[in-house]
Design a protein around this ligand. Structure first.
Ligand SMILES: NC(=O)c1ccc[n+]([C@@H]2O[C@H](COP(=O)([O-])OP(=O)(O)OC[C@H]3O[C@@H](n4cnc5c(N)ncnc54)[C@H](OP(=O)(O)O)[C@@H]3O)[C@@H](O)[C@H]2O)c1
Length: 240
């Protein structure tokens, strides 16, 4: 029987590449998204991967959405916490709402998704929890106090939960991408993007597929001895 994988924010950008790579690796895949119905429909039409709409920022919505995915596709054994947002601004201008939205999605969203699935993974003595953090959770980034705090929190979550999952056959790992050429990065002004590329030793943005391949590896049986780890995929920009 094929394993079922659930990818949050799995319909666009890095998440879409992860969904497709997992499907190509033989998993039954469900892709979650938040609100962009048009992009989700296009993704579904192109890939044949079913899409499910709810916000990872809401615990009850996650529990309900996961129950629906499991009813449709079977127990989820691979969870990829990929959904993420930015609300960038300097700290002195940051509103409590900008802080909360990023923490609710990028950090609490990881709890909200992992917690309802944890019991089933423990019972079945197998699970893979893979969270997409960020280089900016490792090094901190001006203009992203909210985002850096949430992404650093994801790494603490990963290291602590890995210790709880180890005896139950569940691995918990994180990936810290550097700058990848998705909508999130293409949305920053071109001048800023050029200055970002100038700081990347390999001289280019990363590709979503390069992150997806890390996910496929961490999900595989070959990665069973790797837990609590962080894979940095950033073109040499930062060595954690
Ligand atoms: N791009 C980079 O350079 C980079 C670097 C380091 C880390 N990352 C991290 O990688 C992940 C993916 O980034 P990306 O660049 O691929 O982003 P993206 O292109 O903006 O796509 C984000 C995806 O997340 C979904 N999403 C956003 N908020 C959500 C919520 N509350 N509930 C469920 N889904 C939600 C979006 O759904 P809709 O389509 O419905 O909006 C979309 O599918 C994020 O965690 C990001 O922080 C990205």
């Amino acid at each position: 029987m094929t394993k079922t994988a659930l990818v949050t924010g799995g319909t666009r950008g890095i998440g879409a590449a992860i969904s497709v790579a997992l499907k190509n690796a033989g998993y039954t895949v469900a892709a979650n998204y938040a609100g962009n119905d048009e992009a989700a429909q296009k993704f579904k039409d192109e890939t044949g991967i079913p899409v499910y709409k709810w916000s990872v920022a809401e615990y009850e919505a996650c529990a309900t959405g996961i129950a629906q995915v499991e009813a449709d596709l079977g127990p989820v054994s691979v969870l990829v916490n990929n959904a993420g947002i930015t609300r960038d601004t300097l700290f002195h201008k940051m509103t409590p709402q900008q802080w909360r939205e990023v923490i609710d999605t990028n950090l609490s969203g990881v709890f909200n998704m992992t917690h309802p699935l944890w019991g089933g993974m423990r019972e079945r003595k197998f699970g893979r929890v893979i969270t997409i953090s960020s280089i900016n959770g490792q090094k901190g980034q001006l203009g992203q106090v909210n985002y850096s705090a949430a992404k650093a929190g994801d790494l603490g979550f990963t290291k602590a939960l890995a210790q709880e999952g180890a005896r139950a056959g569940i691995t918990v790992n994180a990936i810290c991408p550097g700058y990848i050429g998705t909508d999130m990065v293409m949305a920053v002004p071109e001048k800023v993007r050029e200055s970002i590329i100038a700081q990347i030793p390999v001289g280019r943005l990363g590709e979503a597929d390069e992150i997806a391949r890390c996910v496929v590896f961490l999900a595989s049986d070959d990665a069973g001895f790797i837990t609590g780890s962080t894979i940095s995929a950033n073109g040499g920009q930062y060595f954690a």
